[in-house]
Write a protein that binds this ligand. Structure first.
Ligand SMILES: NC(=O)c1ccc[n+]([C@@H]2O[C@H](COP(=O)([O-])OP(=O)(O)OC[C@H]3O[C@@H](n4cnc5c(N)ncnc54)[C@H](O)[C@@H]3O)[C@@H](O)[C@H]2O)c1
Ligand SMILES: O=C(O)C[C@H](O)C(=O)O
Length: 325
């Protein structure tokens, strides 16, 4: 079989770059090496910090039983040879903030980081994590000028995982039997889809009344804010790191998984020139296809409504990206 990848043996010895060694970045690094998926280059602007985390994780290798390498660095040149780069650099929100309040600060950080990194790993795939997620993913794509298939964002896996968890808690059943789907932007107008959420194939609409479903949908929409309110200094990072890991694993192991991924839309769902969460097939080539579901009028309207805050953010970001740093 002829590979269309730029590498002849994609991910034969995978090396993952993580820009931003804070809560999400360092937890993700731990997941990747301790599950023996890939070697990691962990980069942060703070001197000594990524090096310390890498040393600490390396000292745990004897106990965790793996031989994965992790390099902590402040130098973008160390990203050379990375097959995939995850960007978590940027500020998290604190109580009372909306994710969009982070736009100016984080767009500047993300644009600069991508410009620096791309010189050393021009063929890497990218997964954006920094908030506001849909806008930052667009920012990574526009700055990197990579094919859209190779640039994506993580949000839908996390939002769907939260919906799954709340369904399982409500029914008192194992989360392993629950499947759920959340589309749209990673914000208050995200679109959890009860019709496509099931317990062993049984739609939850058969198992719960509308009021209960609406309560779980709302909790999902505010799942991030619920953690931020308790944490006070930032947001969630264990579930986000697990969610990014799932996407990386699908790519590195070429698993052809159907996952909600923040992807570039060119006419799908009647939307153009925007990154938004939709069901995708994820494998070694990145976003291999976008699945277009038959939505009801109400579901489609909700999806279109969730683009409004993203479009507002994109206007701000376009100006920031035009500034020559
Ligand atoms: N997409 C999602 O579902 C999701 C989930 C969780 C968090 N997030 C977002 O991810 C981001 C990171 O969250 P966190 O909890 O890890 O925050 P954090 O503050 O713990 O870590 C952010 C890190 O970025 C670093 N950084 C800042 N500027 C940098 C630069 N120019 N180059 C390299 N590193 C730089 C900081 O030094 C810090 O270590 C936030 O924007 C947060 O809102 C998104
Ligand atoms: O809520 C946040 O600000 C962080 C993240 O987007 C999340 O959903 O946990």
């Amino acid at each position: 079989m002829v590979s269309t990848s730029l590498n002849s043996h994609p991910f034969s010895s995978p090396r993952i770059g993580i820009i931003g060694a804070g809560k999400v970045g360092s937890t993700l690094a731990q997941r990747i090496i301790e599950k023996n998926l890939a070697d990691v280059v962990l980069l942060d602007i703070v001197e000594g910090m990524p090096q310390a985390i890498a040393l600490d994780l390396t000292q745990a290798r004897a106990v965790e039983g793996h031989d994965r390498q992790i390099l902590g660095t402040n130098n973008y040149a160390d990203l050379a040879g990375c097959d995939l780069v995850v960007i978590t650099a940027g500020k998290p929100r604190t109580p009372g903030m909306n994710r969009n309040d982070l736009i100016e600060t984080n767009a500047t950080i993300v644009t600069r980081a991508v410009r620096e990194a791309i010189a050393y790993c021009p063929n890497a795939m990218w997964i954006a994590v920094t908030n506001p997620l849909d806008v930052m993913t667009y920012c990574v794509w526009k700055t990197s000028q990579l094919p859209t298939q190779r640039v994506m964002g993580m949000a839908g896996v996390l939002d769907s995982a939260r919906f799954q968890t709340f369904i399982a808690l409500e029914l008192g059943c194992s989360v392993s039997d629950v499947s759920a789907l959340v589309l749209g932007s990673h914000g208050d107008t995200m679109v959890p889809l009860p019709r496509f959420s099931t317990v062993r194939g049984i739609p939850i609409t058969e198992l719960m009344d509308n009021e209960t479903i609406e309560r779980l949908v709302n909790r999902t929409r505010h799942g991030g804010a619920e953690v931020v309110k308790l944490m006070k200094t930032g947001g969630a990072y264990y579930a986000p790191a697990s969610s990014v890991y799932l996407m990386i694993e699908a790519i590195v192991r070429d698993r052809s998984r159907y996952l909600p991924v923040t992807s570039y839309l060119q006419g799908e769902y009647g939307l153009n020139d925007i990154y938004l969460g939709v069901p995708c097939r994820l494998g070694a080539q990145g976003v291999e296809s976008i699945l277009e579901l038959e939505l009801t009028i109400a579901e489609r309207e909700a999806l279109h409504q969730s683009t409004e805050s993203v479009r507002q953010g994109l206007e701000i970001v376009e100006k920031i990206m035009q500034i020559g740093f």
